[in-house]
Design a protein around this ligand. Sequence first.
Ligand code: HEC
Ligand code: HEC
Ligand code: HEC
Ligand code: HEC
Ligand code: HEC
Length: 453
Amino acid sequence: MKFRALLLGCLCLWACPGDPEATPLDAGPDLANPIDPLSMPAAPLWSSDRFRSAETCRACHPDHYAEWRTSMHAYAMIDPVFRALVQVRQRDFGGERDAFCTQCHSAIGTRSREIGPGFRFEDLSPVVLEGVTCEACHRISGVERLYNSGHHLDPDGPMRGPIPDPMPTEAHASEGSDLFERPELCGACHEVIEFSGLPLERPYTEWSVSPAAREGRTCQDCHLPTVQGPAALGGPTRARHRHQFVGVDLPITDGFLTPQERDELQQRIAGLLGGTARLSLGVPEQLARGQRLDLVVTVQNLIAGHNLPTGSTFHRQLWLELTVTDAAGTIRYRTGQLDPDGDLQDHFSTHRPYGDPDLVRFGSRFVDKRGNPTLFPWLAAEHFSTAIPPGYARTQTLFVDTTRAAPGLAQIQARLRFRAMPPFLLRLLGLESAASTLPIYEVATASAALTLE
Ligand code: HEC
Ligand code: HEC
Ligand code: HEC
Ligand code: HEC
Ligand code: HEC
């Protein structure tokens, strides 16, 4: 209970002043019913032991297995941030609404009702703890709706995949299915709408109106790159698809990845994020000292496929760090610096709440029905987003006071930085030891100079 009080205490602060051009997301359908015959059934659809563990695929699909094992799909039910948030929700609803969070993270566990009211992660079977495991995708027989685990799972059907003429095997019947090459397969889970109807994540919707969609480029084209090799041991060489599903998250659980795998994944994330945005600065060549400098900052999303950031935008931190240094070397203006805990100086900073009123962030935030910021989607009444749509740019003007600046050439240094989640969230959830391991990536940099006379 003390934990809960602490959380609430931190939520009831005033709105974040730094978000540029916040626009509310549209309201979704009314989904207030905690029973959903497809994804949150009242009675088990089947038993979870009808699905096989990824371990059974490993012998013949060693590369797919090795890549999947290091992916966030394999981490979906282990993720301590997920577990901690589910536990807060269990307390808030007395266990009544637990199936909501697990319907995508483990459709097998939710639909078999192995996950019931007040469930405990420790009691779940291995295949359920494998989260988005091989058969959670390759037993999908169709998609009924493009949100909230809107796909059909068929434990009796063949193993479906993209190969139209698979080599026969005794291990399973196989069937080519073009669904595996379509973004609707992803959209069934990568579109999250709360019971209230509030959209939480919507990469599929963003994709559907993107330049990539117009060119026929899908989620798979970017997130499952091809390599030449056998799709199964002893099979013919094909263009097979890598299963690491690189996004922006790096697991924080010790032992989930070896240190070497962790380094490799971190490098891949850095590679994915580098070049996703263009940062530019607009300044006059010269300015009379004492006159206000209007510093125009523009950030363009170069990803053709969806917003920057996308997905869990309410946790992601993409922000501008900028300094203006005068000819004498004195910093005259700064924004985007971290406090001693490594947090941005917004309403959630312990040391300097609102210490950075100009903070420019791209992402989203929840407010509850009284207009106060909240971290929990189930307490949110509105979801404000400043994420940047594909191809588009957002511009913000910073006002810099030059009264005390030394005459001569002033330098402006800026960088766009990204972090998957804020340290304060980990501290609130009792995961503080992981806070210092969160990497910060450099997405783009820019510099400029002007003469102050
Ligand atoms: C005894 C070996 C063996 C085991 C075990 C095995 N598979 Fe396969 N699988 C194959 C072979 C062989 C193919 C055909 C490969 C080809 O044609 O290139 C195949 C094909 C596939 C395909 C492609 C189907 C298509 O038409 O696109 C999928 C998906 C698949 N397997 C998933 C799995 C999963 C998931 C498991 C574990 C539950 C598994 N397999 C276990 C041998 C195996
Ligand atoms: C044109 C290439 C491209 C396409 C198409 C694309 N993505 Fe991405 N995706 C990226 C890049 C680059 C990133 C890393 C930057 C970011 O986070 O937005 C990313 C990041 C992500 C992330 C992690 C984002 C986060 O902050 O949590 C998810 C989830 C994701 N994509 C899902 C999808 C889905 C689902 C689709 C299809 C509906 C899709 N992507 C289509 C390139 C693409
Ligand atoms: C999140 C969903 C998802 C998960 C989890 C997943 N796959 Fe796949 N798999 C796909 C998709 C999508 C494709 C086809 C991509 C395309 O054609 O663009 C695919 C393709 C394949 C193929 C056909 C060969 C190829 O690479 O194209 C095999 C075999 C396969 N997967 C095996 C596995 C095994 C084994 C696991 C678990 C270790 C697994 N998959 C986990 C979505 C998934
Ligand atoms: C059965 C539900 C489901 C399906 C289908 C699915 N995903 Fe996911 N995906 C998830 C979940 C849940 C996570 C997050 C796990 C976690 O971090 O706790 C995730 C994570 C990811 C990530 C990593 C994001 C990050 O921040 O690092 C990427 C990228 C991704 N998925 C892409 C895809 C693509 C592309 C497809 C379609 C081929 C797909 N997914 C299909 C449920 C699904
Ligand atoms: C409709 C499917 C779906 C539902 C329902 C869902 N998730 Fe997820 N979750 C995802 C997908 C997809 C991702 C990967 C998105 C990304 O990386 O941007 C994800 C990622 C996450 C992550 C890791 C990334 C992050 O935000 O830090 C956490 C934690 C998480 N979900 C918690 C929850 C909680 C708590 C709930 C219930 C309130 C929930 N999820 C409900 C699909 C779902």
